[in-house]
Write a protein that binds this ligand. Structure first.
Ligand code: FAD
Ligand code: ZN
Length: 471
């Protein structure tokens, strides 16, 4: 549906000449997402610089019934930011850190702040903002909150949702809700912030947030363990969790095939072990204090690995001796999704099951897909400590890409049915967007979907906020 010229004029007047573009070259990157699964369209990209400008634009669009599609760094993986008409609201100019309060352990950031910049601002105040994920150099805090992003430290610090104390939101009718409270206790009615976190822009525009900061660890121990089985990974995780408690800040998991992909297809990535092993775990412990704290943390890491070796849960292990070595170990994990395209087309799943059921899920889902498509290559890795696996499938070597992708529905059904049978989630951290709308209605209880629709209708009766996404 085209947007009336008068509406575009009103928007231009509201944001000024720097606040919009309709230049096809500038608009083009906003119409697609990185996997190229969709091609969108929009009348213009609006770049507001203040909350007030966002409010004016949304108000104008609400009056005219024009769709508003918020976009952060556009790194989302489910098509949530792909516009299907209306205007794109790019948040990149709304990017000030408004306040850092080291005593309250809070930081107030505007939605367009790049995640890595928020981490740096916290670090400059000798605090930690723990949200950390592969796209942190370009994704924005508003996008992170709108997708309730996870990442590699959820196990210790929680999802994005758990890192927010207060929000500022432009509502679908253009009013501003100022909920920027930095309180740890506030039992004054409904916790409205949780409606907007994870809503993928369908209920309003997040313009700023009060984020929780944490003490900044002084020491880190990063280790990679080579494992005989997925069950062994679970044993190692249980031991590490018990012995390091809150000191265990990441526990990532990858299969042998992932190690091969990373080392063969991403330059500069090396296998730290002499011989191949079925699985690997990447473990990070964080500690505090002076030299004693450092020694203690090392002893804990060594004790966990030594006991797991004795138990047969670990076949071999390396502990990084320097920051560079730690980085090299993390690089292996990060390189898996980067290298996977070298194997051709892929069908991806971002699933969660109870941590204790991860090995069973892996065994059952692998058997199901391998019998459905001869030669399919399971590429399983992810955040074992959260029960969240990226259960990706690469096409059989030499097979036709299109024919493989045509199997997506059938394969999704196999995998997601197994997940549902384990009371798991078909979308653990990437959200729904356009990609998983059908899965939402298929797997969520009807009463839950109805409640979601009720909320959407109540907040956005004209359905202008990111229409067609999620629901
Ligand atoms: P966008 O992609 O721009 O938007 C995402 C959704 O939020 C869209 O629906 C959009 O409309 C909405 N939105 C954006 N900003 C706002 C706002 N201010 N107000 C309202 N709605 C808004 N995710 C994880 O959870 N864990 C990971 O470990 C992880 N790793 C990743 C690694 C890579 C290499 C990549 C490319 C992505 C990864 N992701 C991961 C996906 C993740 O969801 C995004 O990277 C990030 O959280 C989205 O932020 P963004 O600013 O790019 O949002
Ligand atoms: Zn992930």
């Amino acid at each position: 549906m085209s947007v009336p010229e008068q509406v575009l004029d009103d928007i231009r007047a509201a944001v000024g000449p720097k606040g919009w573009t309709a230049d096809p070259d500038a608009v083009a990157p906003h119409l697609a997402e990185r996997r190229g699964l969709w091609r969108g369209e929009c009348a213009m990209v609006v770049n507001p610089a203040t909350t007030d400008e966002v409010a004016r634009v949304v108000g104008i669009c609400n009056q005219a019934g024009v769709a508003v599609v918020p976009q952060g760094g556009n790194t989302g993986l489910v098509g949530g930011g792909v516009p299907q008409g209306g205007v794109v609201l790019s948040m990149k100019r709304l990017n000030r850190v408004r306040d850092v309060d080291p005593v309250n352990f809070t930081l107030t950031a505007e939605a367009g702040c790049v995640l890595a910049d928020v981490q740096r601002a916290a670090d400059a105040a000798e605090r930690l903002f723990p949200l950390s994920l592969g796209a942190e150099g370009s994704c924005q805090i508003g996008g992170n909150l709108s997708t309730n992003a996870g990442g590699v430290q959820v196990l210790r610090y929680g999802n994005a949702r758990e890192l927010v104390l207060g929000l500022e939101v432009v509502l679908p009718d253009g009013r501003v809700w100022d909920g920027l409270r930095g309180l740890r206790k506030d039992n004054t009615g409904y916790h409205l912030k949780h409606l907007f976190i994870g809503a993928e822009g369908t209920l309003g525009v997040i313009t700023a947030a009060v984020l929780k900061l944490f003490p900044r660890p002084t020491w880190r121990e990063t280790a990679m363990a080579a494992l005989p089985s997925a069950e062994a990974a679970l044993k190692l995780f249980e031991r590490a969790q018990n012995e390091a408690a809150d000191g265990l800040t990441a526990f990532e998991f990858l299969s042998r095939r992932c190690m091969e992909i990373a080392t063969a297809h991403v330059p500069g990535v090396a296998d730290p072990f002499k011989s191949p092993h079925p699985y690997y775990a990447l473990m990070e412990l964080s500690g505090f204090g002076g030299a004693d704290g450092r020694r203690q943390l090392r002893r804990t890491a060594e004790a966990i690995l030594a006991a797991a070796l004795d138990q047969g849960a670990v076949e071999d292990a390396v502990i990084a001796e320097s920051a560079a070595q730690a980085k090299a170990l993390w690089r292996i994990r990060e390189a898996v999704p980067e290298g996977q395209p070298a194997l051709g087309a892929s069908i991806k799943h971002d699933v969660a099951v109870p941590v204790s059921m991860v090995p069973e899920f892996l065994a059952r889902a692998s058997a199901a897909v391998e019998s459905a498509i001869t030669g399919v290559r399971v590429v399983a890795f992810g955040h074992l400590g959260d029960g969240n696996l990226h259960f990706n499938l690469s096409q059989p070597a030499g097979a036709d890409e299109k024919a493989f992708m045509a199997e997506r529905e059938r394969i999704n059904r196999l995998v997601h049915d197994i997940v549902a049978g384990m009371n798991g989630s078909f979308s653990a951290e990437h959200g729904i967007g356009l990609l998983k709308r059908d899965e939402l209605t298929r797997y969520k209880p009807a009463a839950e979907v109805a409640l979601m629709r009720t909320l959407k209708n109540a907040l956005d009766p004209k359905n202008i906020m990111n229409p067609g996404k999620v629901l």
